[in-house]
Write a protein that binds this ligand. Structure first.
Ligand code: ATP
Ligand code: MG
Length: 556
């Protein structure tokens, strides 16, 4: 089963193997996935989830789901809930309950007091801007804060007052006392705490100071006894600070390991930018099926297995690269090809009258549910004198290699009969409105008795027994493979990224479709009932992905 597949060997598994050989962590593997609840998870997070939970599984270890909720200004419990739902849907189980950095605020505060007592931290009265201005550059050392030499006693008193809410936002910070000439800018007396009189979604108004990422993150890992703290490459330059804090405190000290984040072409992958698409109404919320969010992919028709397979296939590296989004789409096709039930649906119908078929007769024919999976069984589909086929399966003046229907040609109707087209009917504008065909009763089931062959096999739907639905055809959200080209990503939105087809004709069995099942509409693509907008009286299906990659052909 694909679900139980382990992640492939990579440089991180090599580190863990070496650690296990040397007994460094007592053969323990304990990872974590630490989202900040300031937006919905996207496919990049899914990659990190698959890696962290995958490592825990591979080594029979543990993985925590931990909310890094240290910034009350941007965080919200709506995001917490969506993250929990998404991780569950991907099929991963965290250790015990979800954990929250905010539960450690008191511990972190006490650790900060220890650093102050050691003379390793001080309260600074410079504003955030002044701190930034005095930080220096890669070629220029920073300058020391005039408050750097405050006494330990004064620092402790001021820090306590910061906590008690005696100062205004931004009036003071707590900073580590490291080295303003350090070659790594992160080590130049970084801010550990800022004052923020803001209500937190879990701790309410208990706190007036909030910890900065670098200070908080290592402590979170340490408190939870994490062994391998896996994060993305942009934190490589922060590792010396991660290590500095934990070393100074002489506490349990996990190892931080960085890997290259996932980037996809045609895709924006930043919560801040995705939020902008939502807030400005460019999409229908975070779960819009065009969004690269886990909830968007789910609504679009992605399966957890396709995402896990994709994540495994692209591997884990130290080099930044941009992955072709077609790879993600192909992972979905591969998965759905194996398990999607086949049904028939006609998106752009044209009517066929089978002139030699009895007027009121309806026959129920056997149709295979999945040629890739015998155990999926068969179903009955209605056949009648009038049927629909897709308009592009007929041509009045066909080129030589057109094996579908045209006047004088014979084709197979899948699971039904051979039909030959004899005539067509046009309206006053010259549009074809009806095709007149005859069927061969000897070809029931789509096989001829006399061994004659036809090249084309068409899907179809009975025009006396069918249901109607709207179909949403999705395309890439951005026109350029680099959504940022020319500056503003919102200027590169693809105006054609959603097309809706009204009144498509579908076989009756789809009456009982639900949004947990993804279907292959024969010869057309993979479709899922829209979990948000579809109603019994107005069914809506989303196209998850076409059967083949049409972009590959266009861009060749
Ligand atoms: P973004 O920059 O997209 O808003 P983030 O890094 O701010 O994301 P966090 O909530 O801090 O989001 O991320 C949680 C975890 O997911 C972190 O360990 C982070 O490194 C990882 N992660 C985020 N984006 C990606 C990505 N594109 N590829 C792999 N891992 C990622
Ligand atoms: Mg972040």
């Amino acid at each position: 089963m694909t679900q139980d597949k382990f992640i492939q060997d990579n440089f991180i598994t090599k580190i863990i193997d070496d650690d296990n050989d040397s007994g460094k962590w007592g053969n323990r593997v304990h990872t974590r996935f630490p989202p900040e609840p300031n937006g919905y998870l996207h496919i990049g997070h899914a990659k990190s989830i698959c890696l962290n939970f995958g490592l825990a599984k591979k080594y029979k270890g543990k993985c925590n789901l931990r909310f890094d909720d240290t910034n009350p200004l941007k965080e919200d419990s709506e995001y917490v809930n969506s993250i929990i739902e998404d991780v569950k849907w991907l099929g991963f189980q965290w250790e015990k309950e979800p954990l929250y950095a905010s539960d450690y605020f008191e511990k972190m505060y006490n650790y900060a007091l220890i650093l102050i007592e050691q003379g390793n931290a001080f309260v600074c009265d410079l504003s955030f801007e002044e701190v930034k201005d005095q930080r220096g550059t890669l070629t220029k050392p920073g300058s020391e804060s005039p408050f750097r030499e405050r006494s330990i006693k004064e620092n402790i008193e001021l820090f306590q007052k910061m906590k008690e809410g005696e100062f205004k936002d931004g009036e003071k910070t707590l900073r580590a006392k490291i080295d303003m000439r350090h070659s790594n800018l992160n080590m130049r007396d970084p801010v550990m705490y800022r004052i923020l009189h803001s209500s937190h979604h879990r701790t309410g108004n208990n706190w007036s100071i909030y910890p900065m990422y670098d200070w908080a993150h290592g402590l979170e890992d340490s408190i939870e006894n994490i062994t391998h703290s896996v994060c993305t490459l942009e934190f490589e330059d922060h590792r010396p600070l991660y290590d500095w804090y934990l070393d100074r405190l002489s506490v349990y000290h996990p190892r931080q390991i960085e890997f290259a984040r996932l980037n996809l072409n045609f895709t924006i992958m930043s919560k801040r930018k995705l939020k902008r698409l939502v807030d400005e109404g460019h999409v229908d919320g975070w779960s819009d099926p065009r969004m690269p969010t886990v909830s968007g992919l789910r609504r679009r028709g992605y399966t957890p297995e396709s995402i896990k397979n994709f994540s495994d296939e692209i591997g884990v590296t130290k080099r930044d690269a941009i992955v072709d989004v077609a790879k993600l789409e192909n992972a979905l096709r591969d998965d759905l090809n194996k398990k999607a039930p086949r049904v028939m649906g006609v998106l752009d119908p044209i009517k066929i009258i089978i002139t030699n078929y009895p007027n009121d007769k309806v026959e129920y024919l056997d149709a295979k549910n999945n040629p890739e999976d015998e155990s999926a069984g068969k179903r009955k589909i209605a056949f009648s004198k009038e049927i629909f086929i897709d308009r592009n399966d007929f041509m009045e003046d066909p080129p030589k290699k057109f094996f579908r229907l045209s006047v004088g040609k014979e084709v197979r109707l899948k699971f039904a009969y051979y039909i030959t087209c004899n005539d067509l009917l046009k309206d006053s504008d010259g549009n074809i409105v009806e095709l007149h065909c005859t069927y061969d009763p000897e070809t029931k089931g789509g096989m001829s008795q006399d061994g004659r062959k036809v090249r084309g096999t068409l899907h179809w739907v009975s025009a006396s027994k069918f249901i109607e639905a709207d179909i949403r055809l999705y395309d890439r959200l951005f026109m350029d493979e680099n959504p940022e080209v020319g500056g503003e990503f919102v200027k590169n939105l693809n105006a054609e990224s959603l097309k809706t087809i009204k009144n498509a004709k579908l076989e009756m069995s789809l009456d009982s479709a639900d949004s947990n099942c993804i279907y292959q509409f024969e010869r057309t693509g993979y479709f899922i009932l829209d979990s948000k907008d579809s109603k019994k009286e107005n069914l809506i299906f989303n196209r998850a992905v076409s059967l083949r990659d049409s972009w590959a052909r266009i861009n060749r």
